[in-house]
Design a protein around this ligand. Structure first.
Ligand code: SAM
Length: 339
């Protein structure tokens, strides 16, 4: 065992900083209370904000004191005000942080599953149900505001990725594509817009499917983009040339992933393809994200050989792996018996 004298006071302080929950929670509570927005402009007294928000003035002062040490707020003669840095936590900052931190939005609520990480490490399964009483998807079904914030988060995260994925692969080869769990349809809409002879069919749960209808209508693609509200654990529309699973399998444990792949294989014709787009495991430094995927979904970013093995169980052969964006690979599978 190494002698403790090798551990400096600085080492201990830095481990405490890494491990302390006060800062992550202070940021989350600040965003949930809307403090960065409320304290924009001139300083506001703690008493006034506490009255407006119906919170304890003494406790709020402690929170603001900590946020000041982080540079999120600063003290002015009239009270606390949000700094330029802290404004990145305002609702209109449009950088995804509010959804990530807000305790009553999908992203922030999901992150709190990490508090139960021990459960995930012990069982290998999701900690979200232990934290919130039901799994992530059931929670979204029960609380429409969570579903809405999740769909927004998904669309937001893909803003830079969609043009890359579109340019990084020959989508025009496929006259028809089914986007399985296609969300609000941002990617499918971009593919169809770029390839006027293609037709698409998106499957997702309501009300997300309805959001996809809105996307296609707004982009005048409704005549080529069908939407079915339903589960990918049920039979999928049959006979398309390609079945796209974009960021789907990593949300599920092996059992769930097998069931989804099974539905794709049962629907795909002998010459069709199953296309898996994911941030493939082992390709980037995403250890923290790996733990989050485990705690939230019981899922993970599988390596290429793991995805290959998963698909092989359904008679799929991996034909090609393409880096379609700086974060994601596309794995193209065909039925093993076909060329
Ligand atoms: C991580 S998001 C990916 C969305 C989209 N493919 C994208 O890349 O933007 C996962 C999607 O799976 C959908 N989903 C979850 N469970 C589903 C189910 N049982 N059947 C169909 N879709 C489901 C969610 O509604 C969500 O849109």
């Amino acid at each position: 065992m190494p002698a403790l004298t090798f551990v400096t006071a600085h080492d201990i302080a830095s481990i405490r900083t890494m491990a302390g929950l006060a800062t992550p929670m202070a940021l989350r509570v600040a965003v949930t209370l809307g403090l960065p927005d409320r304290l924009r402009g001139d300083g506001v007294s703690t008493e006034q904000v506490a009255t407006e928000l119906n919170v304890s003035p003494v406790a709020l002062e402690l929170l603001l004191g900590h946020l000041a040490t982080l540079g999120i707020v600063e003290r002015a003669s009239t009270g606390h005000r949000t700094t330029d840095y802290g404004a990145s936590l305002c609702a209109d900052a449009d950088n995804g942080l509010v959804n990530f931190l807000h305790l009553d939005m999908a992203g922030g609520r999901a992150e709190m599953a990490l508090v139960e990480l021990l459960h995930s490490i012990t069982t290998g399964g999701a900690a979200y149900p232990r934290r919130h009483g039901q799994d992530f998807w059931a929670d979204l079904a029960r609380f429409p505001h969570l579903r809405e914030s999740f769909d927004q988060q998904m669309t937001h995260r893909f803003r830079d990725q969609v043009p890359q994925i579109l340019a990084g692969y020959d989508w025009g080869r496929f006259p028809t594509v089914v986007d399985v769990g296609g969300g609000h349809g941002t990617l499918l809409a971009a593919i169809l817009a770029a390839h006027p002879r293609m037709r698409g069919h998106l499957v997702d749960l309501e009300p997300t499917a309805d959001g996809a209808r809105g996307t296609f209508a707004a982009q005048r693609l409704a005549d080529r983009a069908q939407v079915t509200a339903g589960s990918f654990f049920d039979p999928l529309p049959r006979g398309a040339d390609a079945y796209l699973l974009c960021d789907i399998l990593h949300d599920w444990d092996d059992d769930g992933a097998h069931r989804i792949l099974g539905r794709c294989v049962e629907a795909v014709p002998p010459t069709g393809r199953v296309l898996v787009i994911e941030p493939v495991g082992g390709r980037r430094d995403s250890t923290g994200f790996d733990l989050a995927m485990l705690a939230i979904f019981g899922g993970r970013e599988r390596r290429i050989d793991e995805l290959d093995a998963l698909a092989a169980a359904h008679g799929l052969t991996l034909d090609a792996v393409t880096d379609v964006s700086d974060q994601r690979c596309l794995l193209e599978f065909r039925l093993a018996a076909t060329g």
